[in-house]
Design a protein around this ligand. Structure first.
Ligand SMILES: Cc1cc2nc3c(=O)[nH]c(=O)nc-3n(C[C@H](O)[C@H](O)[C@H](O)COP(=O)(O)OP(=O)(O)OC[C@H]3O[C@@H](n4cnc5c(N)ncnc54)[C@H](O)[C@@H]3O)c2cc1C
Length: 600
């Protein structure tokens, strides 16, 4: 979507860096309608009545339990809420789908099976399948009759997925591709009927195929002994002279990368949603335990050290939630717009996810790291019991860890955030040069004396300044590169810093928008002072991180007078007034403690 085509009020992918969003057009989860809340209730009932009674059985991989749960979910329509009605889906809007995934997010190992089936398993067919392929497979995948898996990774190619060695050679009669090779870490491999497989035609044309499990020549490795998500099936899949009908080639020969990368955009977004849902359950677990556990004759929830942890969990998670629903709604708006222009549902959702690919990567990193923070402090709050396998804290801790690894590791996603942004700038989709130049000019001038008036004025200024820091740091680095003094590809440490600056700015802005909207609409569930406390705490801490990441980045490539000038700029843009974060955190923690569960 080009700048010129953009509606004034709509921010397209990556534009958050150079434009100010308006509060009015920002969706917040407090705005769900009746219908969406009914779907939420139905999903919660599924979790309580159908999933919870067999949670332990799933974890022990008892025969058929995971598959039965997929059937039960299918009976409620939960395998096709993101699928076109013409194939048996219900075409729900993006926000409702986000809500469903949020609720299912606490389903430990099972959610991994569900997400692989409904996401990376089904979406390649929806996005890239022919009409025949879609009609043949999607209705049966939606009904749960067939289960899906996605075979991209190999022992020698993980992050470098396109280096896959699995081959596909056309048979002499031209009717089949003959697949030979080995895939690794394949979720759902133990029970899947349909595999999306990536292989190199003639050894060099990376291509997707739909491969049916019962085809001769497919064998499976043993279940992997994993650190976490132990109840999900993860196996190697071997292909030995597997004859795949030519009709089962997916998309175009040699264009498998399009399938692999497109599916990952929405996959990354969903992973953040699942992390958010899982985190909410864990925060409730921590709060209940902190209220119950008595030491030194009082609940440990009374101790400042524990309040700090509860408040941090809540603030990070509320910020994540604000960011997730902001992107969810942006994708929904764009999907609707594309559909109104005549695109099909599937093309529209795929293009919407592609448009917001930068935001999806931001959320993937932020979501998985918030979950890791939450599960870690949850173990700590539980003390010794947290280390015992008899209680849920240890399992949640182990289960969470995979999220920083799959759907593109967090290192790869951080690299992608910066890479995609610069590419969009080069393609003329985002004007980074103009705003970066404005920052340069501002830096060369005397700071104007500003009087900040109105509620959240300081926070608005802080978020604007965060963006200026990014434009200043990235702008200076790109200039160095253009002058031939820096090769950014060789400076990953610097790119990681810039990615972290972007993640913090995006998160802070999303939180600000939500808190402001709560203020304006009066839709806050709790006293506004709780949300204001979260906002000032997050922005205070983000300011410190901006200074650290900004300084590290600048020192990595600048020196002398240039470095001095840039560091002065960093100082100028990091002037959020000091906050009594101790008091603010107590306000936040006390809200949790009073409600004894996630309550925001
Ligand atoms: C439980 C589980 C389920 C999975 N399910 C599936 C599935 O269903 N289908 C599927 O196809 N795959 C699946 N995977 C594979 C997963 O996507 C890969 O593990 C992941 O992409 C990382 O690849 P790798 O393990 O080979 O690590 P590597 O790519 O070897 O990475 C190792 C480390 O090096 C870093 N690194 C790699 N390249 C770079 C670089 N260019 N710059 C900086 N750092 C780099 C990584 O970030 C990481 O820290 C699953 C994995 C697990 C563990």
């Amino acid at each position: 979507m080009s700048d010129s085509a953009a509606n004034q009020n709509v921010l397209y992918g990556g534009q958050f860096l150079i434009k100010d969003p308006d509060v009015e057009n920002t969706f917040i989860p407090e705005e769900f309608n009746e219908e969406q809340l009914m779907v939420k209730q139905m999903t919660e009932d599924f979790m309580k009545n159908t999933f919870e009674p067999v949670r332990e059985k799933v974890e022990k991989m008892e025969d058929g339990v995971t598959v039965n749960l997929l059937h039960e979910a299918a009976a409620l329509g939960l395998l096709g809420t993101h699928m076109p009605a013409s194939y048996g889906g219900t075409e729900l809007d993006t926000n409702t789908n986000t809500l469903i995934n949020e609720i299912l997010g606490s389903a430990s190992s099972w959610i991994v099976s569900y997400a692989a089936h409904t996401g990376i398993g089904m979406l390649p067919i929806l996005y890239f399948g022919t009409e025949e392929q879609k009609s043949k497979y999607l209705p049966r995948l939606i009904s749960g009759e067939l289960k899906a898996a996605y075979c991209l990774t190999e022992p020698g190619s993980g992050s470098d997925a396109l280096a896959a060695k699995t081959r596909a050679d056309l048979s002499e009669d031209g009717k089949y591709y003959i697949l030979n090779g080995q895939k690794m870490w394949i979720t759902n491999a133990g029970f899947a009927d349909v595999f999306i497989v990536f292989a190199q035609i003639d050894g060099n044309k990376f291509t997707g195929f739909i491969v049916e499990r019962n085809t001769e020549g497919i064998t499976l490795g043993a279940e992997e002994a994993k650190m976490g998500i132990k109840g999900s099936s993860t196996r190697q899949v071997f292909f030995e002279n597997v004859k795949v009908p030519v009709d089962n080639l997916l998309g175009e020969a040699g264009k498998g990368h399009k399938i692999a990368f497109n599916v990952l955009n929405i996959g990354r977004f969903k992973l953040a949603v699942l992390c958010m849902g899982g985190s909410k359950e864990v925060v409730s677990m921590s709060t209940r335990y902190a209220n119950e556990r008595v030491q030194f004759k009082q609940p440990i929830a009374n101790f400042g050290a524990i309040k700090y942890k509860l408040a941090e969990m809540a603030t990070k998670l509320f910020t994540l939630e604000s960011s997730v629903y902001r992107v969810s709604d942006q994708m929904e708006d764009l999907k609707n717009k594309l559909q109104s222009q005549g695109e099909s549902y599937s093309v529209a959702i795929n293009q919407a996810a592609e448009e917001y690919a930068i935001e999806c990567s931001v959320l993937k990193v932020f979501g998985s790291e918030v979950l890791d923070y939450v599960v870690d402090e949850n173990v700590q709050i539980h003390g010794g019991i947290g280390f015992s396998e008899e209680f849920g804290a240890a399992r949640a801790y182990r289960d969470a860890r995979i999220n920083r690894i799959f759907e593109g590791t967090n290192e790869i996603n951080r690299l992608l955030i910066v890479d995609m942004l610069l590419k969009r700038a080069l393609q003329g989709k985002i004007d980074l040069v103009g705003p970066a130049w404005e920052v340069q000019k501002e830096l060369a001038s005397m700071p104007a004396f500003e009087t900040l008036e109105g509620q959240f004025a300081q926070e608005h200024k802080a978020v604007k300044d965060f963006k200026k820091i990014i434009l200043m740091v990235a702008g200076a680095a790109v200039k160095m590169q253009m002058d031939g003094k820096l090769n950014l590809e060789q400076e990953q440490e610097l790119l990681m810093n810039v990615a972290d600056l972007i993640i913090d700015a995006y998160a802070a802005e999303s939180l600000l928008l939500r808190v402001e909207k709560l203020q304006v609409t009066g839709k806050a569930k709790l006293d506004m002072k709780v949300y204001e406390a979260m906002l000032s705490t997050f922005i205070n801490d983000a300011t410190h991180r901006m200074v650290k990441n900004g300084t590290d980045a600048l020192c990595a490539f600048a020196d002398g007078d240039l470095l001095k000038t840039l560091l002065m700029g960093l100082k100028r843009y990091s002037k959020y007034p000091p906050v009594n974060v101790k008091e603010k955190r107590r306000i936040i923690a006390d809200a949790l403690i009073a409600h004894n569960e996630w309550c925001f």
